[in-house]
Design a protein around this ligand. Structure first.
Ligand code: PLP
Length: 379
């Protein structure tokens, strides 16, 4: 783990002497900031990005989180949002206009695709390809944004970030990556040439399944544009209380991710060796070019993975998941607890996969739970 990242999570930007030495950052639970005179009020209003006026815009607790996230991603600036989708929506709305095209690389988070579908009403189009396809061949004159998930969050697909960044720069196209799977501790896309990074803070960064939040990191000029057009006007502001929970999550992010790395790899290897398993999707098992990209881009792996059973019919997937006792059935991931779900539906539609978010419980207990699932398949 990078010592600078550990320092950022624990100490950077905290200005403790200004807060009576408090080791936990103060929670500025206020909507409004007042001014001593009209002149300073008017001056502040000229630059809402730099002054505390109203917490829909800037709040000191939220700003501390933004400063830390920008530093962790090695970006210039960050804006936090009420959810990952708030961050994605604000980014798309502020950067795209009539006639623009978005090229998606790998499977994109479902609601983001639905939002892009909705944006057809404003003349924005999109399509998607795999990270293994020829990106140049799918660019159009009107492509404004390349939207990447690497690793993606169902099949953990990868993409070559440096190659994408290079071709995007040649064409004057912005690149955006959803870096939620890896967290900034395990992948820093800006250092590979990517322009913008979005996070759902509701996952590993929050880390305790008790908060929803999102963030966008990038260069100061684009984040300013996003602040003015996407954050202030769409209004998905992160509450100071949620920001303080996420700041608490950041304190332990390095130790939690070290454990998720250990657990994710152990469970991927366990499933890979299991006779009932047809395929395992986790970057630790990547092969071919994807293995090269993983080695170059990822400093570690998180604990979200998926696998396919031999004969992945709905009744078998259902039997497996319902037999689990430690793992709860639920969406989202990145908390202390293990979770399982399947996108497969009773009518057979959806992908025939089982997705596991491996938590921080005892590894032998997690394996024993999975054995329960496999045993249920035989009955
Ligand atoms: N990106 C990915 C990969 C996600 O899995 C999610 C949520 O599950 C989001 C973005 C959206 O984040 P949020 O739920 O905080 O809106």
């Amino acid at each position: 783990m990078d010592p600078l990242d550990r320092h950022i999570c624990s100490h950077a930007y905290e200005q403790r002497q200004e807060h009576h030495g408090a080791v936990a950052p103060p929670l500025y639970q206020t909507s409004i900031f007042s001014f001593p005179d009209l002149e300073s009020f008017s001056r502040a209003q000229l630059d809402e990005r730099q002054h505390f006026i109203y917490s829909r815009g800037l709040n000191p607790t939220v700003k501390l989180l933004e400063d830390k996230l920008a530093a962790l991603e090695r970006g210039e600036a960050c804006k936090a949002f009420a959810s990952g989708m708030g961050a994605i929506a604000a980014t798309l709305f502020s950067l795209l206009g009539q006639g623009d095209h978005v090229l998606r690389i790998n499977q994109t988070y479902g609601p983001a695709v639905e939002l892009l579908d909705q944006m057809a009403r404003y003349g924005v189009s999109h399509d998607g390809i795999s990270g293994h396809q020829d990106i140049g061949a799918h660019l159009r004159p009107e492509t404004r944004l390349i939207y990447i998930e690497s690793p993606s969050s169902l099949r953990m697909e990868l993409a070559d970030l440096e190659a994408i960044a290079r071709i995007a720069r040649q064409h004057g196209i912005l690149t955006l990556i959803d870096n939620t799977w890896a967290t900034p501790l395990f992948q820093k896309p800006i250092t590979h040439g990517i322009d913008l990074v979005v996070h759902s803070l509701s996952k590993y960064i929050g880390g305790h399944s008790d908060v929803v939040g999102g963030a966008v990191i990038g260069n100061a000029e684009v984040i300013d544009r996003l602040f003015a057009n996407g954050h202030q006007l769409l209004g998905a502001a992160l509450s100071p209380h949620s920001a303080s929970l996420i700041l608490r999550g950041l304190r332990t992010l390095p130790v939690r991710m070290a454990e998720h790395l250990r657990h994710g790899q152990a469970i991927a290897a366990f499933l890979d060796a299991h006779p009932q398993v047809a395929a395992v999707y986790h970057p630790s098992l990547a092969q071919g070019p994807a293995a090269e990209w993983a080695a170059r881009q990822l400093k570690g792996h998180s604990g979200l993975l998926s696998f396919a059973l031999h004969d992945p019919s709905y009744p078998r997937v259902e039997r497996f998941i319902n037999a689990l006792q430690l793992m709860r059935i639920g969406v989202s991931w990145g908390g202390y607890e293990s979770l399982a779900l399947s996108p497969l539906r009773p009518d057979g539609s959806g992908q025939p996969l089982i997705r596991l978010a491996i938590g921080l419980e005892d590894i032998d207990e997690i394996i024993a739970d999975l054995e329960r699932g496999f045993t249920a398949l035989d009955h």
